[in-house]
Design a protein around this ligand. Structure first.
Ligand code: ZN
Ligand code: ZN
Length: 126
């Protein structure tokens, strides 16, 4: 089990069991919400336990998905497709050791122009 938290502690969660290999999303929405690109993993909803939700707020970022963040400290924590029973969560929110390694980059066609991706991991445009 891995524990995660926002910056201030008003949102805490636990991820039980294995997590999917983390991906870095370079889409404009993730960049604007996170401040750079967003590294996340995902789990089936029944293995994600939100243990404190005092600060948790959901923002509908499009017709198909919503984004969970802490309204107290601003931490971006979750991404959830409205019709899927799994949730993506921020790798940066997790306590170490995570036991995970970044696997690939997605939405690189939408990435910022101020950095290059040089780690050699697979990239996909969308
Ligand atoms: Zn917080
Ligand atoms: Zn994204």
């Amino acid at each position: 089990m891995i524990r995660g938290s926002c910056l201030c502690g008003d949102v805490t969660f636990e991820v039980h069991g294995d997590i999917s290999q983390p991906v870095a999303c370079h889409c404009g929405q993730c960049r604007r919400q996170s401040g750079h690109f967003w590294a996340s993993s995902s789990v089936p909803d029944d293995r994600l336990h939100i243990t404190r939700d005092d600060g948790l707020t959901w923002y509908s970022s499009s017709d198909i998905a919503r984004r969970g963040f802490c309204k107290t400290c601003g931490a971006f924590l979750f991404w959830k497709h409205n019709e899927e029973t799994k949730t993506s969560f921020s790798m940066g929110a997790l306590a170490a050791p995570t036991g995970a390694k970044l696997g690939r980059h997605i939405f690189v066609d939408d990435k910022g122009d101020y950095y290059d991706i040089t780690d050699g991991l697979p990239q996909s445009g969308l």
